[in-house]
Design a protein around this ligand. Structure first.
Ligand code: GLY
Ligand code: MN
Ligand code: MN
Length: 354
């Protein structure tokens, strides 16, 4: 079903005459418009994209199914004129995106209209990807994987986290990444116990773990993967925790199929880590959906009731983080299919000794 049709079905259930969409990822998802300013207005029969002078030509090209309406003209309120002309009485807006000031502004402009705060319905639609979206995500994953393989020889004693992160970023950009999906995480030695350690000037030492968490964007869609490597022979404890995380990652991933709850998958990994005695060192959720944003629905953490459906994409990223020692995380991105799942990643998850 076309994205607009799916949205209109959701709007019927919400009992609104129209829906205002201003969150950039949602605006792009519904309209195809990639500009940084604009609002989409959807009614039962019409689809408008309101934007200012800077974006009129771009919007016309990128959102051919939408009527483009120019905003920002003096003495004219394009939104108010549309709401009046279309006789919109109940207007939905994104309650988790519109700020209080934004709401006050709307209320003042649209005195006659009932403003209805709605849950992010587009977020719900975005959870299930179509073929084109999956192709973009595979392209984004391929860029990240190839870049990682390319920079492996640079991961050496004497190089800094920041240098390695920069090389990884350049390699992704050179291979076609539109941008990074998020700032690269590069945490080495004892710092690898920081789940989201930003790269520093710390220089790699013999025996260090190095955790790299990174992703590319292609066609607007993100990828997300993590590998932990070790510089030289691992100690017995390093090997022990790596093997536990790997087992948790592999078993949780192998279980993925439609009908399971996010929380069920989390439990598989969490039980393995807890049974090995490291439960207190795995303090975050197992994974999350990925798409236009690196973190989106469905959730795959402890309490998640989100039910996996074919077309959903989730990460599986267990970790063990021990302060003053170091940590390990291994992360792949997985597509839920009719019969089970398919992995976007192909890089080995065995401990890489560099
Ligand atoms: N990059 C953060 C995460 O893996 O969720
Ligand atoms: Mn990640
Ligand atoms: Mn992730």
């Amino acid at each position: 079903m076309h994205k607009l049709e799916r949205l209109r079905k959701e709007m019927l259930a919400l009992d609104v005459d129209a829906l205002l969409i201003s969150k950039p990822e949602n605006r792009f998802y519904i309209s195809g418009f990639r500009g940084s300013a604009g609002t989409v207005l959807i009614t039962a029969t019409q689809a408008y994209l309101l934007t200012d002078f800077r974006y009129i030509e771009q919007a016309t090209n990128e959102a051919p199914a939408f009527e483009i309406v120019r905003t920002g003209q003096p003495e004219k309120d394009a939104l108010k004129d549309l709401v009046t002309a279309q006789d919109i009485k109940r207007l939905g807006f994104e309650r988790d995106y519109v700020t209080y000031a934004g709401y006050e502004g709307l209320k003042k402009r649209l005195e006659e209209t009932q403003l209805v705060p709605v849950e992010d319905v587009v977020r719900k639609l975005r959870m299930v990807k179509d073929e084109t979206e999956i192709e973009h995500m595979q392209a984004a994953a391929n860029i990240a994987e190839a870049a990682f393989q390319e920079i492996l020889p640079l991961i050496q004693v004497g190089r800094s986290e920041a240098e390695i992160a920069l090389e990884l970023e350049i390699a992704m950009r050179r291979r076609g990444a539109e941008r990074l999906a998020f700032p690269i995480i590069a945490a080495s030695g004892p710092r690898s116990s920081l789940p989201h350690g930003a790269p520093t000037d710390r220089v790699l030492q013999p025996g260090d773990f190095l955790t790299l968490d990174f992703g590319a964007v292609s066609g607007g869609y993100c990828s997300d993967m993590t590998r932990t490597v070790v510089l030289g022979e691992p100690s017995a404890k390093q090997k022990e925790i790596y093997d536990i995380v790997l087992k948790a990652q592999l078993e949780a991933q192998a279980a993925i199929k439609p009908g399971l709850k996010g929380g069920d998958i989390d439990k598989i990994a969490r039980d393995i880590i807890a049974d090995a005695g490291y439960g207190e060192y795995f303090g975050h959720g197992l994974g999350h959906g990925v798409g236009l944003q690196v973190h989106e629905g469905p959730r795959a953490g402890r309490a998640s009731e989100d039910i996996l459906e074919p077309g959903m994409v989730v990460t599986i990223e267990p970790g063990i983080y021990i302060p003053d020692f170091g940590g390990v995380r291994i992360e792949d991105m997985v597509l839920v299919t009719d019969s089970g799942h398919k992995n976007f990643n192909h890089s080995s998850k065995e401990l890489l000794i560099l």
